[in-house]
Design a protein around this ligand. Structure first.
Ligand SMILES: [Mg+2]
Length: 131
């Protein structure tokens, strides 16, 4: 599985990489702008990400905006729903507005509140049909 981890905090990035390393090939982006760029490049190289772990609070472009850009790109490129990336929001923000914006308006696949627990996170990925 190809994974993109979009996360500005080194510790969180490292943790996700450690959890996912044995299940996939992980790339990292340190802000939302880089995440969008990486996502598009992967499609252009015909090696799209199956999973994107998206932090919300990131510099330049936040995770909600990056999520929207990714979904817009998929739609504008005519990517079939079955080929859309699963996007898990990984964030300390647990307020209803952020959850609703991500899951219902933004088209995120799942929402995980930090601190991330390895077993729970893997269960989430399993439920998305990725493991
Ligand atoms: Mg952050």
């Amino acid at each position: 599985m190809r994974v993109l981890i979009a996360e500005d905090d080194f510790g969180s990035r490292k943790l996700l990489q450690n959890i996912l390393a044995e299940y996939g090939d992980c790339d990292v982006a340190v802000d939302g702008e880089e995440a969008i760029e990486a996502f598009k490049i992967a499609w252009k190289e015909q090696k799209p990400y199956e999973l994107v772990c998206m932090d919300i609070m990131m510099p330049k472009v936040n995770g909600q905006e990056a999520l929207k850009a990714i979904r817009d790109y998929e739609r504008d490129s005519g990517i079939k729903p079955s080929e859309e990336a699963k996007v898990i929001m990984t964030t300390v923000l647990d307020d209803p507005k952020n959850v609703i914006d991500a899951l219902y308006k933004g088209g995120a696949s799942a929402y995980v509140v930090k601190p991330i627990n390895k077993e729970k996170f893997l269960k989430e990925i399993h439920e998305l049909g990725l493991l």
